[in-house]
Design a protein around this ligand. Sequence first.
Ligand code: THU
Length: 291
Amino acid sequence: MTKGIVFDISAVGSSIVGLVSNAVRAEVKLAVYGAENAGELDMALEKAGLCASDFDCIVYAKEVERGKPHGDAYRYCTLKLGLSHEECVVVETSVDGHRAAKDALCRSIGIFGGVGNASFEDQLEAGADILYKSLFQFPAFSSLEEFDGLILSETKAFYDKTIIGDLLFNALDVQNNAYAPYSKFKVGAALLTEKGNIYKGCNVENASFGGTICAERGAAMAAIAAEGKTALKLLAVASSGDDPAPPCALCRQFLSEFMSPYAQVYMISSTSGVVRHYSFGTLMPCSFTEF
Ligand code: THU
């Protein structure tokens, strides 16, 4: 359940005022990060029509050694709020900001309308779970349950109308073609290349067992066969079982030559509909690259 919101005050301007006042009323916990000191924070909050007492936790920039795209600040904020990463959503406007949120395993809301904000596409690729032109577009809420429901429905609506929805649909579609007579575990994968094309693969098992090829490597083979060496920007994997399955270690090693640590890997359960996503670098922090 989503119970907390984390802002970087240096990134998000006065459009946070509505969300903050709803959150205070609904008892959603609030953390603010990014100011250099109390004076600077007060000035920024005053400009936005807010005050420090609206927030349950304040983390100053100097309290965290490693800045974005490291997730240290957001990890520290969730810890100070007493919440888990799954219970917090970060509000961001930059690619490194979303990368930091993903590094802290938090979901993130992106704002793309505004001077200096990263584009819709760049924030989507960096892993934003919902994107608005302005935070004023976030619907009003008055309870924790309502806020949690909104985060879920807004995320689903965002996936449905973007390339993420296309990828998930393609992964679910190709899952039907899986040849898995031995394990009975069907997997489908869809990859987006830097040229903007989608390639699909499914697992194909073999009586020798060792000859089995996973869906993810099947999709990567199709992409490379069609385009040559190319960057694989987003991956969606569909599998049965209520918890969506991540790519196996062999596939992670295989994909590491084509995927950036910041590329997002979406996983969907074809039985429960649950979707999760992680940065590739979180799934594969230490790949074998040189010999
Ligand atoms: N499988 C995949 O296709 N992708 C993964 O990342 C996990 C495992 C397949 C291989 C095998 O056919 C079946 O799932 C059970 O391991």
